[in-house]
Design a protein around this ligand. Sequence first.
Ligand code: DC
Length: 231
Amino acid sequence: MIQPLIVAVDGYSSCGKSTIAKALAKHACSTYVDTGAMYRAVALFMTRQNVTRPESIIKELEQVHLDFTHMPDGSQHVTLNGEDVEPFIRTLEIGNRASEISQIKEVRAFLVAQQQKMGERTGVVMDGRDIGTVVFPKADLKLFLTARPEVRAQRRFDELVAKGEHPKFEDVLADVNDRDYRDTHRAESPLRQAEDAIVVDNSEMTPDEQMKVVCDLYDKRFQEIYDRYHR
Ligand code: DC
């Protein structure tokens, strides 16, 4: 029997990776893993412990135990040492801290090993920055999502306002640009498009249009693998 595929969804921050990856996992009857949530949970732990120096962060990693719990509404929450930390990790501050700590080689190795384990036995749809390049370089399907920075900043701005925050649009845009720069210029596993990734620019697409594009790509890839298997 063919396992659900391993699908890597990489791309810039706030370009809708998690929405697409979640919906694609449902379409594929597969498991969704939000790797950004793992970096954010580590960032939250270090922030709470007031640990900022890279050497101390590396030392503290052994105190960090992450998992995902499945909620009754079908969503997934990351747990940090048994605590559901989903309500605390989606702020601008923790996003920036996550981007900072993700530059540390040991932090990446710690999380990449856990991510690879999650895809060992079953198919998975995993979103992040280095999934198609480092975590699963042999993924069956690699998608690289992108959208113009202004479009991404507007989406992020709307999300923050919906949560009751009062950000300034210029700050959110500056933050998007800063994170793009950090994510693409870090020495360790910088965000880049894998050579065999398919680029999906969703600046001008509705959520339904995007879904159709990625589900069609998945179905096509699944059919190719199925045909090869049954030749
Ligand atoms: O996808 P996100 O915004 O939740 O990710 C938060 C930060 O974590 C992002 O700025 C970079 C880092 N990250 C990473 O380096 N590698 C991943 N696979 C996922 C996230």
